[in-house]
Design a protein around this ligand. Structure first.
Ligand SMILES: *Cc1c(COP(=O)(O)O)cnc(C)c1O
Length: 385
């Protein structure tokens, strides 16, 4: 079988259709003209055979990007969206209606929690948060109106892992759709399709594009769920803009090599932190000796967290962050550059209690030299009392 890194290079090219150029070109399009009256009538009834009847449905380049993403995740159908959050909102709205109940993992990405609280609640869709380590006990939280179980493994601040197969089994037995946010591992390091998850979303903004210059999302699903998602995707108008399709496809080509370097750098830094006197805990899925990691993942990416040995105030934390040379402070991650931010969990955990009391810092290990990165972090740690 062709390996994923080979597919990353070859899928979604079709150079013979584009005068031999290696990278498929950008199509800037809203209006797309039909050959004749019959084709126009077909489009009105949704039976048009071309790549797309209208810009909102994408362009030929959108189809190439989707094909390349599909080649690495193995699902039947891929949709690309204007952000990771549109991938989340579109997939949730595809399967939920007023009166339904959603099970949401407690360590989910904060804006996902906000979408449930501020948007789904408006439509009388109730959300219950569950402990990421719940496993098969999720059965106890299922109600007659539970329609979706949403997972994220690991969570992108505290990195707890979920027993995906156990949760998928319970969901299937109860006819519940499973959705997972697979942004951290990407399909290269976690094969959610093989684990039986119905719908996988990614913030393509992170590793898929990888260069901190595109917002995008990915929704992947099997045929069974594609119809519902396709309707909601078009009704919302969630499509990805043409230039961003181009940048994302270009970024995707190097995903495998980039991830290897992110992985190696993050593991190196995480191990150094484990031996540092000012660190209470290192939250890195590959270092916790976790059985789930060994069983389900084939690699780890560049994002992990540390807990300092005590809770520092803003003035003290400012000394640490302002001293860093190679780590920028900014939201997002998955680009080629290193980042570090502080985080607080006060408002974003309702079903679980975090086990540590020191200040928390999230690190994204970029593609710089690992010794430079560690030296930088050590120097900054020295600023702390
Ligand atoms: C960033 C992120 C998202 C949202 O992606 P955007 O493109 O910023 O909307 C979703 N899930 C996770 C885990 C993320 O880190």
């Amino acid at each position: 079988m062709t390996s994923k890194s080979t597919k990353l290079v070859s899928a979604g090219r079709n150079s013979n259709q584009y005068s031999g150029v290696v990278n498929p070109p950008v199509f800037h399009a809203s209006t797309i003209l039909f050959d004749n009256y019959t084709e126009f009538k077909k489009a009105l009834s949704g039976r048009h055979e071309g790549a797309s009847p209208y810009g909102r449905h994408g362009t030929p380049l959108t189809r190439e990007l989707e094909a390349a993403l599909q080649a690495i995740d193995g699902y039947d159908k891929v949709f690309v969206t204007s952000s990771g959050v549109t991938a989340i909102s579109t997939s949730l709205l595809s399967f939920l209606k007023p009166g339904d109940h959603l099970l949401m993992v407690d360590n989910t990405y904060d804006p996902t929690r906000r979408f449930c609280k501020e948007e789904l609640a408006k439509f009388n869709i109730e959300t219950t948060y569950y402990d990421p380590t719940i496993g098969a006990d999720i059965a106890k939280l299922i109600q007659p109106n539970t329609k979706v179980i949403f997972m994220e493994s690991p969570g992108s601040l505290t990195f707890e892992l979920q027993d995906i197969p156990a949760i998928v089994d319970i969901a299937k037995a109860n006819n519940i759709t499973t959705i997972i946010d697979n942004t951290w591992a990407t399909p290269l390091y976690l094969d959610t399709k093989a684990l039986g998850v119905d719908v996988t979303i990614q913030a393509g903004t992170k590793y898929i594009n990888g260069h901190s210059d595109v917002m995008m999302g990915v929704i992947s699903c099997n045929k069974k769920h594609a119809g519902k998602i396709s309707r909601t995707y078009k009704n919302i108008g969630a499509q990805l803009a043409p230039d961003d399709c181009y940048l994302a496809l270009r970024g995707l080509r190097t995903l495998a090599v980039r991830l290897k370097q992110h992985e190696a750098n993050a593991l190196y830094l995480a191990k150094q932190f484990q031996n540092h006197s000012k660190i209470q805990a290192v939250l890195h899925p590959a270092l916790s000796g976790n059985d789930i990691f060994k069983r389900n993942f084939t690699g780890s990416s560049g994002l992990f967290s540390i807990v300092l040995n005590k809770a520092y105030n803003d003035d003290e934390l400012a000394k640490f962050f302002n001293h860093l040379q190679h780590f920028g402070m900014g939201f997002s991650w998955g680009g080629y550059e290193s980042l570090a931010i502080p985080f607080w969990l006060d408002d974003i955990r309702t079903a679980t209690k975090f086990a540590y009391n020191g200040s928390c810092i999230r690190i994204h290990a970029g593609l710089e030299d690992k010794e430079d990165l560690w030296q930088d972090l050590q120097n900054a740690l020295e600023q702390l009392g």
